[in-house]
Ligand binder design. Structure first.
Ligand SMILES: [Zn+2]
Length: 66
């Protein structure tokens, strides 16, 4: 098992036998660009159609109000 992190989806816990997960991770990284999160203002690497980082999305899911 390895831990991978990206700003789109947070932590990945991956089993290296599962090639499709690793491939998915690399695919997401390839399509990600450096942007400034519209909520916290952090510089994050996210998909070009996203404007919020994973931590902010998590907080929203947990019912935080902005
Ligand atoms: Zn953020």
């Amino acid at each position: 098992m390895s831990n991978y992190y990206d700003d789109n989806f947070g932590n990945y816990e991956m089993n290296e036998d599962r090639d499709e997960t690793v491939e998915f991770y690399h695919e997401v990284q390839k399509r990600s660009v450096w942007k400034v999160c519209s909520i916290c203002g952090e510089r994050v690497k996210i998909m070009s159609h996203y404007d919020k980082c994973n931590s902010c999305c998590d907080r929203m899911e947990n019912g935080w109000q902005f």
